[in-house]
Design a protein around this ligand. Structure first.
Ligand code: G3P
Length: 223
């Protein structure tokens, strides 16, 4: 199991990578659209690659299979040792995933998955990762748990070479639910990662221990 960061900010990725718990990054057009200053996409992706040791996912936005493959190959050429191409599941998307994986040996993330069937089809098309949109499925009143449990069963019984990546994580509870249901990876925002790692009880206990330690020293108990 591992944790990726769902983030387009190299500084935040750099800061959180030092914790030793982050092993990859996912980006998407929505995160990109939140930028306020103009930027060069290639330079930004290269900075993100330098800030994390592990896969960095870049999403294609074309709609025809040939155009998706052309766009993805361009992105992949920027850093073949880290970049993974995200392809939204669609008829053209499945075709592109099969080409990336089988013709060009380019690893893919099948993304925007909202059902077991979409995920299973992407696994059969050869995708390395299946990005199941946990939060959006919840918001659409469908069961992400069911989809992930069934996908995990298929992956193991058919020995499919792919990992379930739970995405669209709205809070630490979703991350825990997804990992409990069998997701191999969760991708979370920096805020959700920090919430996952912190607990007020821990802070209180550590403060109490520090006080106990100080008192023990003050009373000359400990040399
Ligand atoms: O990066 C993929 C996914 O996590 C985005 O989810 O629902 O926050 O747009 P969402």
């Amino acid at each position: 199991m591992s944790i990726f960061l769902d983030c387009f900010d190299p500084a935040a990725i750099e800061r959180l990578s030092h914790l030793g718990v982050v092993s990859g990054v996912t980006t998407n057009p929505n995160l990109i659209s939140r930028e306020t200053e103009p930027f060069n996409l290639r330079e930004r992706i290269e900075k993100i690659c330098a800030a994390v040791s592990g896969p960095v996912a870049v999403e294609t936005t074309a709609s025809e299979a040939a155009a998706i493959v052309a766009q993805g190959r361009e992105f992949y050429s920027w850093n073949p040792s880290q970049i993974v191409i995200k392809v939204p599941v669609s008829m053209a998307g499945y075709e592109a995933i099969a080409q990336f994986e089988r013709k060009h040996s380019i690893p893919t993330i099948a993304t925007c998955i909202m059902t077991f069937a979409q995920g299973y089809a992407a696994a059969l098309a050869g995708a390395h990762y299946l990005a199941v949109f946990w939060g959006r499925m919840r918001e659409a009143v469908s069961s992400p748990e069911e989809a992930v449990i069934l996908l995990r069963e298929r992956i193991e019984s058919e020995k499919l070479r792919c990992s379930i990546l739970a995405a669209s994580i709205r809070g630490p509870h979703h991350a825990v639910e997804a990992l409990s249901a069998g997701a191999h990876i969760v991708t979370v925002s920096p805020q959700v990662l920090e919430s996952l790692l912190k607990h007020p009880g821990t802070d209180e206990t550590v403060a109490r221990f520090a006080e106990d330690w100080r008192c023990a020293r003050e009373r000359g108990l400990m040399s």
